[in-house]
Design a binder for this molecule. Structure first.
Ligand code: ADP
Ligand code: MG
Ligand code: ZN
Length: 477
């Protein structure tokens, strides 16, 4: 039997406001436990929540950036459940009347453009954090995170493969970061994802029963967990069994998902409108002013990189994946206006270096000015492309400007014809047999000679001149 998988993602993004969603407590991460709390976020009786306007504004931004309809009036609701990290006994969220609905984002996956629907975006508050210290007979609760603003972004079940899910999440995170409303750190939990996964016979009209996967702390884990879950469900159905609707936990050590709770054990949240909060009214003027103030978003920037710099779509996609990376590229191009070579070095050597060191572009040890200067040295024939890589590695270590490194290490390219001729003659004299072979028509031997000469000159000889002189000297110029 052939199967088709169906995936829908629920993303929680923590908003970068200074204060919490319904009180004035700080949202700063890493403070001593329970120091960022007040009667409101601790759920004391008799207190009233007041909505942080910035939270609404950020949520509207994301709604517009993902092509949603913004509700002129939305409502807050209480989601009731008991857990030690939730002092009020309910979480303030939005339920029947969310802030934003019916949007979409476009993703690029294997060079193909695909559109993924956004069902809804709503505002809610975060819960506290339980700390289970194995050396203590009790668990400790920290309410600093209680009331930190989140938006939940729910996708349509439009996703079909783990790779698509990854591409969707990366794009969503990129948009949030372009908007500067969420730092998008999956490991630290400011960008969290649950994945709903089901399988059905290929071409079927009705979806299969889904499992909801939790504990996905990185893009890699999201993709691996979904891939595992698809195979697990296919096997069950292939064996004539039935998938049960349940919540499953990803185990990143064993690389499997295991059952956490079944649908029967699922909570009944008894949602109802929160009587303490007024409906959230978003005026047309508000929407218009947000629209007017949106920055250039990833898709627009990508299009501009293709049209303005003549870059291939793939280059533009990579370079615009983060705003800081795009800025870095443009800073280089302003100094060294040859976009494709700049793109090659940024996407190749620079991203390679940053990945290897686990750094982001903001922490690049090589400044845009220094990278641009390096490319200029190549273009001016001061150094060869090969030596440039050596200089690049040195820049990564010391942060010194490339010119200083080239001078210090004596890496200037040899273009002096007489000097190169001397080396060519020595090398040919040392390898008479290979010279004979070449003269006899074995073209490949030329590469051997070039290699020998480069070795002799420590890579500093200008390759074009070497080639030209070699051919002359070997009598086939
Ligand atoms: P819940 O609140 O129980 O999680 P929702 O209706 O909010 O339910 O749906 C959550 C997510 O599940 C959405 O992203 C939706 O696209 C996805 N989804 C719904 N049905 C399926 C299915 N059969 N297979 C895969 N994903 C699904
Ligand atoms: Mg859910
Ligand atoms: Zn508070």
């Amino acid at each position: 039997m052939k199967f088709e998988s169906v995936i829908g993602l629920e993303v929680h993004a923590q908003l970068k406001t200074k204060t919490k969603v319904f009180c004035n407590c700080s949202t700063r991460f890493g403070a001593p436990p329970n120091t960022h709390t007040c009667p409101v976020c601790l759920g004391m009786p008799g207190v009233l929540p007041v909505l942080n306007r910035k939270v609404a504004d950020y949520a509207v931004r994301m709604g517009i950036a993902t092509n949603c309809n913004i509700a002129s009036e939305s409502r807050f609701a209480r989601k009731n459940y008991f857990y030690p990290d939730l002092p009020k006994g309910y979480q303030i969220s939005q339920y029947e009347m969310p802030l934003a609905q019916k949007g979409y984002i476009d993703i690029e996956n294997n060079g193909e453009k695909e559109r993924i629907g956004i069902t809804r975006i709503h505002i809610e508050e975060d819960a506290g954090k339980l700390n289970h210290d194995p050396n203590l007979p009790v668990s400790m609760v920290d309410f600093n995170r209680t009331g930190v603003p989140l938006i939940e972004i729910v996708s349509e079940p439009d996703i079909r493969t783990p790779e698509q899910a990854g591409a969707y999440l990366r794009k969503l995170r990129s948009i949030l970061r372009y908007l500067d409303i969420c730092d998008g750190n999956m490991e630290e939990g400011s960008f969290r994802c649950d994945a709903n996964v089901s399988v059905m016979p290929k071409g079927s009209e009705t979806f299969g029963t889904r499992a909801e996967l939790k504990n996905l702390n990185s893009f890699k884990h999201v993709e691996k967990a979904i891939a595992f879950e698809i195979e697990r469900q296919k096997e069950i159905i292939g064996d004539g069994g039935k998938v049960v609707q349940e919540t499953r936990l990803w185990d990143p050590v064993k690389n499997v998902t295991t059952s956490m709770r079944s649908k029967e054990e699922a909570h009944d949240y008894r949602y109802f409108p929160d009587p303490d909060l007024l409906p959230l009214v978003i005026s047309d003027e508000w929407i218009q002013s947000v629209k007017a103030s949106l920055p250039e978003l990833p898709d627009q920037k990508k299009e501009r990189f293709v049209s303005e710099y003549g870059l291939p779509s793939l280059d533009a996609e990579v370079l615009t994946s983060a705003r800081e990376l795009a800025d870095y590229f443009e800073a280089c191009v302003r100094i060294f206006p040859q976009p494709k070579p700049v793109s090659n070095w940024v996407m190749g050597a620079l991203l390679g270096l940053l990945n290897a060191e686990g750094k982001s572009i903001e922490d690049s040890p090589i400044s845009p000015a220094n990278l641009a200067e390096l490319l200029k040295l190549i273009a001016d024939n001061v150094i060869s492309g090969k030596i440039a890589k050596t200089v690049f590695d040195e820049m990564a270590k010391s942060g010194k400007p490339p010119k200083a490194i080239v001078e210090e290490k004596g890496l200037v390219q040899v273009t002096d014809t007489a000097a190169i001729e001397a080396v060519v003659d020595t090398v040919i004299a040392r390898h008479p047999k290979e010279a004979e072979d070449y003269r006899g028509g074995k073209d490949k031997v030329l590469g051997f000679f070039v290699g020998q000469i480069m070795k002799e000159t420590k890579g500093k000889a200008n390759p074009q001149i070497v080639n030209q002189i070699l051919k002359e000297r070997l009598g086939r110029g």
